[in-house]
Design a protein around this ligand. Structure first.
Ligand code: 6GU
Length: 248
């Protein structure tokens, strides 16, 4: 998978060299390229922003550097784009559609993702309209709070998407049991020692009874989800619940 990130703070994305995503880049599974948006300006001051038409607080990102930047990502993209699939342009914004695990699974199928990190009050809207001629444009939000720019959101999204690309996570089984994979939160986990500061682990985990352990974990998932995220329970397909679930 090819991933281009455009930002006026490319240093922010240095974390993509680390850990699982860094390893996937070294292994050639992810081709991540971070670009300085200012490289696509033409004036002496390398200007990327200007005052908003209609007035109001803050500054707006100018269209010209963005059109140059996005055109460059189309020009030197790999075979994926020429094979007929449109690259996806993800624009991080608190005004976007909420990014979920389902979004991560969907985007993990793409050949080419381009992230456009806005700063200030955002990017001139015409850039998104124009980009729609060549990209599948997706304004995306992490949730209902405001960050100063898209960079931190891109770190989160690239990690969530990248780990779902085949081969990136060594043991694919670990993707099956994690939070949100079945619409529920993950069950609590414990390791040695079995008694720590007078706290014992749940006894059933020492029973060796795998059916009982599975039932205990499932009940804990349901309990946690109803306590912390009742919105997720309400969205569950009733068909995904078994008889014992309904009793919980
Ligand atoms: Cl994706 N961007 C910004 N700037 N703020 C956010 C966000 C994204 N998601 C939540 N807040």
């Amino acid at each position: 998978m090819r991933i281009d990130v455009f930002s006026i703070f490319p240093e922010y994305l240095a974390a993509l060299d680390l850990s699982l995503i860094g390893k996937a880049r070294q292994d050639g599974l992810l081709d991540v390229r971070v670009h300085d948006l200012r490289a696509f300006t033409t004036d002496r001051h390398r200007t990327v922003d200007d005052t908003p038409y209609g007035g109001g607080a803050g500054m707006v990102m100018k269209p010209e550097p963005w059109s140059q930047a996005l055109a460059s990502s189309l020009a030197d993209a790999g075979a994926g784009d020429t094979a007929g699939t449109r690259p996806v342009l993800i624009v991080p914004s608190p005004a976007g559609e909420v990014f979920t695990q389902a979004t991560a699974y969907e985007l993990a199928e793409a050949e080419h993702l381009v992230f456009a990190c806005g700063r200030y009050e955002g990017i001139d809207e015409r850039v998104l309209e124009w980009a729609g001629e060549n990209f599948d444009v997706r304004p995306m939000s992490l949730g209902d709070y405001v960050l100063n720019g898209g960079e931190v959101a891109v770190l989160a999204m690239v990690e969530a998407i990248g780990r779902l690309v085949p081969g990136v996570v060594g043991n694919p089984e670990s993707l099956v049991e994690e939070s949100h994979s079945d619409g529920l939160l993950e069950y609590p986990v414990y390791t040695k020692p079995s008694i720590w500061r007078e706290r014992a682990i749940p006894e059933v985990l020492l029973s060796g009874n795998h059916a009982k352990i599975a039932r205990f974990r499932r009940d804990e998932q349901l309990r946690r989800t109803s306590e912390r995220r009742p919105d997720l329970l309400a969205k569950l397909d009733p068909a995904s619940l078994d008889k014992a679930d309904r009793a919980t």
